[in-house]
Design a protein around this ligand. Structure first.
Ligand code: CA
Length: 240
């Protein structure tokens, strides 16, 4: 993840196939000192992002060569950066899917240029704050559209639903989120308090967490079982 520093110019990529709208977006942002590069196809944006990861991408969903959601997905896999979806589709499913894929915000056209600039600034501020706070002080984790507040044990879905967690589920989720994309053994996940590595309760807690995260136990996308080794939390996680 690139983290804009206050003394560095911020680079934005704008993916929009309508020249008029692209001009409006870029000129609104340029008025506030943002440097924009414009691309009109998904492929152009993905190849540019591989050369130089931007701080933030503004992505239209209706594109000539591919679906904008696919662009968001490939971008998050290859060159993770902040994403703002700007689209004519005002559909709850699209909103939720966009946020689950890792988009930071979603604006529906027609849009007010000043609102666009305000949302861009707020996303960039959030990333800057995340970069300056000490890891131990960060208590809010965002992943795949979910928000987890480790201090309050509160889990919120992309559509705003609050999911209740027991304190043992919350501490297990926090352990997974502190070390994403790494294999964690049962001992690591149990922590210091429970020392019996054959304790099956960890598996019970994992299956409860999967259910609460809508993660299919037959084919889990978030909490993966690594046979003989433990579990792996598979998602991009940002703590702030
Ligand atoms: Ca379009």
């Amino acid at each position: 993840m690139t983290l804009p520093r206050p003394d560095m110019p911020v680079t934005l990529y704008v993916l929009e196939d309508e020249p008029e709208i692209a001009r409006l977006i870029c000129s609104s942002l340029a008025d506030y000192g943002f440097r924009c590069e414009h691309m009109s196809t998904g492929r152009q944006l993905l190849s540019r992002a591989r050369q130089a990861t931007p701080d933030l991408c503004i992505i239209d969903l209706g594109l000539p060569d591919m679906d904008g959601m696919q662009v968001v997905r490939e971008l998050q896999e290859g060159s993770p950066c902040a994403v703002l979806i700007l689209t004519g589709r005002n559909d709850v499913t699209d909103r939720v899917l966009g946020l689950e894929l890792g988009a930071d915000d979603y604006i529906v056209k027609p849009f007010e240029p000043r609102e666009l600039v305000a949302r861009v600034r707020s996303i960039l501020r959030r990333y800057q704050r995340a970069a300056t706070v000490e890891p131990a002080e960060r208590t809010i984790a965002r992943f795949a559209g979910w928000t987890f507040d480790a201090a309050r044990h509160a889990l919120t879905a992309a559509d705003g639903r609050e999911i209740g967690l027991s304190s043992s589920e919350a501490s297990l989720l926090a352990s997974l989120l502190r070390r994403p994309n790494k294999i964690l053994s049962r001992e690591q996940l149990l922590g210091e308090r429970d020392l019996d590595p054959f304790d099956r309760s960890i598996d019970v807690r994992i299956s409860r967490l999967r259910r609460k995260l809508d993660d299919d136990p037959q084919n889990p996308k978030l909490i993966k079982t690594v046979y003989g080794a433990g579990y792996l939390f598979s998602a991009q996680v940002t703590w702030e």
